[in-house]
Design a protein around this ligand. Structure first.
Ligand SMILES: Cc1cc2nc3c(=O)[nH]c(=O)nc-3n(C[C@H](O)[C@H](O)[C@H](O)COP(=O)(O)OP(=O)(O)OC[C@H]3O[C@@H](n4cnc5c(N)ncnc54)[C@H](O)[C@@H]3O)c2cc1C
Length: 291
């Protein structure tokens, strides 16, 4: 099916893009178009005007800022992130995640911003960015605001972003310990995924704090607070045992939707398996973190 006719605009500044989207209620930002064009063609969404953000300079930069945070422009493609030297050095798990998203055609043009803003529950980046304690910087007609990655996706295909807000930047602290990510997928998109980020003490042998997020189970990534508190101040070598002890309660607390990826018991079980695989990888990575 072809999409309904729409106009196309190519602004060269964020301010013009925000103004263009705000001018009419039926305009949408257009980045790689991998989700948007499919949805328009299937006529599950409708837009009178697409505002192409690809001509806006600076939206596809990756850098370490003055306060040791990593910044990723929202228009960075999965391909760019997977090959970027800063990401490969400081967050190799994010580089690998992006290298495995979808297929090469989607990775070449699909952007991390489009992925987040679409709010599809079966996505890879949202759980990882929440584990990294990322903030999302939005620019709209009312100014700039920052939203924690944990608070951005509200439910299936729904985010807190206002229609005229452009996601400009994703920012997170440079990791202070191993970051790991495991997904299981038997279709195009992940059925279940788990991301974990540890912050290690200066000696490198003890976990100061941990952030654990499970994605694709419900409508948005979820924390596993029982696992996070079980890992606090635990020796790296004891991490797996600590997780195993906390796991049954932690899995019970997750909200899980049965869907075409599996029943809720199955998906909950998968989350546990993936978490333990994360732990095994983090223990090995933790040993070499400070060397
Ligand atoms: C075949 C296929 C397989 C896939 N497999 C996976 C997978 O394994 N894992 C995974 O995580 N994802 C997967 N995806 C999703 C893919 O990651 C996304 O399609 C892509 O990242 C979306 O980015 P885009 O630039 O194409 O977004 P677009 O299609 O351009 O936009 C998507 C939505 O976001 C809005 N938008 C885009 N950029 C911004 C911005 N900067 N600010 C505000 N709003 C914005 C648009 O208005 C639109 O509503 C798959 C997609 C396809 C088609």
């Amino acid at each position: 099916m072809l999409p309904s006719p729409f106009q196309f605009e190519r602004p060269s500044t964020i301010a013009d893009a925000v103004r263009a989207v705000g001018d009419s209620g039926d305009s949408m930002f257009y980045a790689g178009g991998t989700e948007l064009l499919l949805a328009l063609k299937m006529r599950v969404i409708r837009a009178d005007r697409l505002i192409d953000i690809k001509g806006i300079p600076g939206l596809d930069c990756i850098a370490v800022n003055d306060v040791n945070e990593i910044e990723i422009g929202a228009r960075c493609t999965h391909k760019k992130i997977s090959g970027d030297p800063i990401i490969r050095e400081h967050v190799p798990a994010l580089a690998s995640l992006c290298a495995e998203v979808a297929n090469i055609r989607v990775r070449n043009v699909g952007t991390i911003g489009g992925n987040l803003c679409f709010g599809e529950p079966h996505a890879d980046p949202p759980a990882m960015l929440a584990a990294l304690n990322a903030r999302l910087v939005l620019e709209g007609s009312s100014g700039t605001r920052e939203i924690h990655a944990d608070d951005f996706i509200q439910s299936e295909m729904e985010t807190v972003r206002e229609p005229d807000e452009l996601l400009r930047l994703i920012v997170f602290p440079r990791p202070a310990g191993p970051v790991t990510y495991r997904r299981f997928k038997h279709g195009e998109r992940p059925s279940v995924n788990v991301a974990m980020a540890w912050s290690l003490n200066a000696d490198g042998n003890t976990i100061k704090s941990a952030r654990v997020r499970a994605g694709a189970l419900g409508s948005r990534p979820q924390p596993l607070p029982a696992v996070e508190s079980a890992l606090r101040n635990v020796a790296v070598a004891e991490a797996r045992r600590a997780i195993e002890t906390a796991l049954p309660d932690a899995l019970d607390q997750l909200e899980v939707n049965a869907d075409r990826h599996g029943g809720s018991d199955y998906k909950r079980h998968l989350a546990g398996v993936l978490l333990l695989r994360n732990a095994d990888e983090a223990v090995i990575a933790g040993g070499s973190w400070l060397k």
